[in-house]
Design a protein around this ligand. Structure first.
Ligand code: MN
Length: 129
């Protein structure tokens, strides 16, 4: 299978690194630079998984997660929060708990794609070890 990941991340460097690592492991990555764009894309894209940076400009991660949950097509797609370990407070932990899982920044390039794949119901075909 090929899995499509909706990557909602405002930082260009983080976006590029995550995209590179995921594409290398067989994912299709669709980027969004903020919550509004992510929600707009999610309504038509039907991603298999959403990676949600919870520190976003404008609409915060809480609002974005709630809006994504309300989209019918996303009912079965895991929403994975991306949190900054250094800044993780109670509020971020609570938000991460609303999602299906979380990944801490800085991401570990060695295991990032495998960690994401673990949230999917089926293994990826053609993944690079
Ligand atoms: Mn951010």
């Amino acid at each position: 299978m090929t899995a499509t990941v909706l990557l909602i991340e405002d930082n260009a460097q983080n976006r590029h690194l995550a995209t590179y690592l995921l594409e290398r492991h067989g994912f299709v990555v669709v980027p969004a630079v903020d919550g509004a764009e992510g929600i707009a894309i999610a309504t038509t894209l039907r991603p298999d998984l959403v990676l949600l940076d919870i520190q976003l400009p404008g609409m915060d991660g809480h609002g974005v997660a709630g809006a994504l949950r309300a989209i019918d097509a996303l009912r079965t797609a895991p929403i994975i929060a991306v949190t900054s370990y250094a800044m993780a407070g109670d509020r971020e932990k609570a938000l991460a708990a609303e999602c299906d899982g979380y990944i801490e920044k800085p991401i570990d390039p060695q295991r990032f794609a495998a960690d994401i794949a673990a949230f999917l119901p089926l293994p990826l075909a053609g993944a690079v070890a």
